[in-house]
Design a protein around this ligand. Sequence first.
Ligand SMILES: Cc1cc2nc3c(=O)[nH]c(=O)nc-3n(C[C@H](O)[C@H](O)[C@H](O)COP(=O)(O)O)c2cc1C
Length: 187
Amino acid sequence: MAITKWGLLVLAFLVVTTALVPVAVTFIEKRHARELQRLVPYVGPLTDGQGGTSVVYFSRSGNIALAARHIANRLGAQLFELDAPDYRLGLAGWANAMHDARGEEADISPREMDLSRFDTVYLGSPVWLYSPAPPIWAFVENNRFDGKRVVLFNTFNSELSEDSIARFRVKVMARARLSTMPPGGGG
Ligand SMILES: Cc1cc2nc3c(=O)[nH]c(=O)nc-3n(C[C@H](O)[C@H](O)[C@H](O)COP(=O)(O)O)c2cc1C
């Protein structure tokens, strides 16, 4: 009888703790995002002309957004944010992010972008389960990178797997025609 009572107490504790974790995480994320938003304002591009750099990013809780603003300011680049309604801050967004973390498809806006005037495109994304998050994969899938230099940048807590970097590279290459032949490339 006593064991059953303790068993129930432990079970209740585990259930309450498990339920509280997402609530605590999303509370912290929102506060964190608000704080980061105030840092490093974007000053605008150096030029609207041909040959510049663009920084395209998806950020859920503000870390990549901060890095993207910093890179754009340093390079005088155009800055573009991708919105992914399924992954917005809050409990539902967090649950969706956990569920879809390794996916490569997402509902994003804008889906397509005219990148023709840029020589270099920076693509920024948080790491979800060792891989860039689905919205940036979706962006690559829906755009062209012909003849461009593409730079992936990420923020993460512990690890981004080499395998996912390699897969991301393949995906970008599949969406690009090389402007010059690689060394040894024939015909
Ligand atoms: C669903 C989810 C999965 C995550 N998985 C990882 C991971 O596998 N490795 C890691 O280092 N960080 C992981 N993180 C942490 C984020 O990569 C890190 O907090 C990132 O800086 C968030 O960027 P953001 O603030 O621009 O959204 C994960 C975060 C979320 C929400």
